[in-house]
Design a binder for this molecule. Structure first.
Ligand code: ATP
Length: 236
């Protein structure tokens, strides 16, 4: 098992946002957590990355308990996140942003080779390599954030609402890159998304999160046909 989350509770002061959720990601899987605004998706993802301490519950990565570990240690273990709204470093160039993806790693990585591979996936990042990241469009910044997370060749990619604010065409493009990374490179991915249709279409399994609780889970294919999902999440 790659990632195993048990009874995770996340609170902000007195307010409990995530009320005890359990889920798993197996090696090589692409799994989604789908939920509306405020359901607790970002809180879960930030807790998995080590940016938010849980109130209770456990996070295990490759069989080890990482619940209390800070983000930089989890990054060294191979967990990487594409944060909500991309969050690239605006005053660094595109190339410098990419190099931040290997910053602080103990072992030197052959990142030049990795960069060449990433430029194949996202040619715009090579073309704009010397420009400040702030000059990129929203969609290009999302591509940069994904590429930055991939430079270190992670074992698990956490992706927070990558479709938000993107034009439908770009959503398709970004989701197909994620699908390709999963199928061709065997990259394990956990997506949290409001865009139920796009994420179910590329996922193997999914969890539906409603106000901090898991309401449904299953194979993505069956969820796409589930009348409750079709009505509440797909607008069908
Ligand atoms: P969104 O799509 O809007 O990001 P989400 O599903 O990611 O939604 P969270 O951002 O995890 O949801 O928020 C879950 C709940 O926790 C919401 O009610 C939110 O208002 C609350 N919350 C999130 N961050 C904080 C914080 N730093 N302080 C207080 N409450 C917070």
């Amino acid at each position: 098992m790659l990632l195993e989350v048990q009874d995770l509770v996340v609170s902000y002061g007195e307010v409990e946002a995530v009320h005890g959720v359990s889920f798993r990601v197996e090696e090589g899987e692409l799994v989604s957590i789908i939920g509306a605004n405020g359901a607790g998706k970002s809180s879960i993802l930030r807790t998995l990355m080590g940016l938010q301490a849980p109130t209770s519950g456990a996070v295990r990565f490759l069989g080890e308990d990482v619940t209390g570990e800070p983000a930089h240690i989890r990054a060294r273990r191979g967990i990487r996140m594409v944060p909500e709204r991309a969050r690239v470093f605006p005053q660094l160039t595109v190339k410098e942003n990419l190099l931040m993806g290997v910053y602080g790693l103990r072992k030197a990585l052959p990142y030049e080779e990795r960069l060449r591979w990433l430029y194949g996936l996202f040619p715009i990042l090579e073309e704009r390599g010397g420009q400040f990241a702030s000059t990129l469009s929203g969609g290009e910044q999302q591509q940069l954030a994904i590429a930055r997370a991939l430079v270190s060749n992670p074992k698990l990619l956490l992706v927070d609402e990558v479709s938000m604010g993107l034009m439908p065409k770009l959503v398709d493009q970004v989701f197909s890159v994620l699908q390709q990374l999963n199928r061709e490179q065997g990259l394990s991915i956990l997506l949290v998304e409001q865009n139920a249709l796009a994420s179910l279409q590329i996922s193997r399994r999914a969890y539906i999160l409603e106000t901090g609780r898991l309401a449904l889970e299953g194979e993505a294919r069956s969820l796409l046909e589930d009348p409750r999902v079709r009505e509440a999440y797909l607008g069908l």
